[in-house]
Design a binder for this molecule. Structure first.
Ligand code: ADE
Length: 421
């Protein structure tokens, strides 16, 4: 039964959730150090925060860090299929963080949960995909005056927020955590790379070696997926709409071709573009029999599932997270995780090791907003570069790596223009 403190699947999962949250923390040394500093300095004392994030073990550790800093925090899911129900239970039972999230919730429950998080009357928001900010502007504009600022975790959310800002619709400053170098170069590339392959393998248990594996989109996520699929011995094809990225993919050693050609020969097709209907009816008409299709982008719009449903004469679920659609001519298309982000729906999302940096940026950006957000204009702002640098330095140190530093002579050389050959 939904109440003001929580809506979750099963509170008896709380002990298991706590074990897994503690396990993840062992791979999050940067966030741990920030947690300990926040516990001493309490930089978020009294800040009311609503977070619409994937409810995972890593997010739980971010939430505990903010709470240690003095924040009064409420969480809701940022995707209907990404919630780890044991984590939601632990957040409520063991850590007293109100949480509204149930894996498999329908769309109306999803939005009801966002409404609950907004009922907290946040001063700061945290988003993964911009649904909280969007709902706030559309349905709870009464709260806007009390908001100091927000953070956004994903490429998709940042694109949405930039569109809002360009329309003059964005009514508070938002920090684009995604755009920090210590976020997207690692989380989007290595995190999405590993976790997407993990989701595909857990769902299908098919050997990738020797298979033709198409990745739609060669942004940081697409690059990571392609790199890891190649490492498994697949022949990787990239489809793109951006000539520069297509060229880069070609020179990185991948085959590049339009999706209509790729669909006819691929054993796997994974979308990571952030756009809609990248796999559409025209592709389903030529797609290879048995092709596995999945999405790793934020929203479930990249594969035109209604078109697939229309074309199918039969549908069944041979394994969890796999729907087999049989077409009239006998071909089968195998869709993973209902077209939702396969890395979180069929696996556990990015590993803690990489979320450590993403969430260090989140935690420090939230504290920055609480301190200085009132001075920022209502637009999308970068993570301050000193935060980005600090996260890189802390992660290197935690990995036991040291690096060289410039000598005074080298420093002088770099800042002079007189010295040549
Ligand atoms: N986004 C991708 N992976 C994630 C994870 N493990 N936790 C929270 N958000 C994520």
């Amino acid at each position: 039964m939904i109440n003001n403190r929580h809506d979750l699947k099963d509170i008896s999962l709380a002990d298991q959730g706590r074990e897994r949250i503690e396990w993840a923390l062992t791979e999050m040394p940067v966030l741990s150090a920030i947690h300990d500093r926040f516990a001493k300095e309490r930089p978020l004392e009294g800040a009311r925060i609503s977070g619409c994030l994937h409810i995972t073990t890593e997010t739980a550790n971010l939430a505990l860090t903010l709470k240690a800093g003095g924040a009064d925090l409420v969480l809701c899911a940022s995707n209907p299929l990404s919630t780890q129900d044991d984590v939601a239970a632990a957040l409520v039972q063991h850590y007293q963080i109100p949480t509204f999230a149930i894996r498999g919730e329908d769309d109306s429950t999803y939005y009801r949960h966002i409404a609950k998080a907004l009922g907290h009357r946040p001063q700061l928001t945290m988003d993964d995909g911009a649904d909280l900010v969007s709902e706030l502007h559309k349905n709870r504009s009464d709260l806007l005056a009390g908001i100091i600022g927000g953070t956004e975790e994903t490429t998709t959310g940042v694109i949405r927020l930039r569109a809002m800002a360009a329309d003059g619709a964005l009514k508070f400053p938002v920090i684009a955590v995604n755009d920090a170098l210590t976020k997207h170069l690692f989380d989007n590339r290595y995190g999405t790379g590993q976790s997407t392959l993990d989701g595909i393998i857990r769902a299908t248990n098919i050997l990738l070696a020797g298979k033709i594996f198409t990745v739609a989109g060669y942004g940081w996520c697409g690059r990571g997926i392609a790199m890891r699929a190649k490492g498994h011995g697949a022949q990787v094809i990239i489809t793109e709409v951006d000539p520069l990225r297509a060229l880069e993919a070609a020179m990185d050693g991948f085959r590049v071709m339009p999706m209509l050609e790729a669909a006819a020969i691929s054993d796997f097709i994974i979308t990571a573009t952030g756009d809609k209907h990248v796999l559409d009816q025209a592709h389903f008409e030529v797609i290879k029999d048995g092709c596995v299709i999945a999405n790793s982008g934020h929203f479930n719009v990249e594969i035109n599932i209604p078109a697939l449903e229309n074309m199918a004469v039969k549908k069944h679920r041979p394994r969890s997270n796999v729907d087999a659609y049989q077409l009239e001519d006998g071909r089968t298309i195998r869709l993973l995780a209902e077209g939702r982000l396969v890395n979180l729906a069929a696996a556990e999302g990015h590993p803690a090791t990489v979320m450590d940096m993403s969430f260090a940026n989140q935690a420090l950006s939230v504290a920055y907003l609480w301190e200085q957000g009132v001075d920022l204009e209502n637009s999308v702002h970068p993570v301050p570069s000193n935060i980005d640098q600090q996260v890189a330095v802390m992660k290197l140190a935690a990995m036991g790596l040291s690096i060289d530093s410039l000598s005074p002579e080298q420093q002088a050389y770099l800042s002079s223009w007189q010295e040549g050959t």
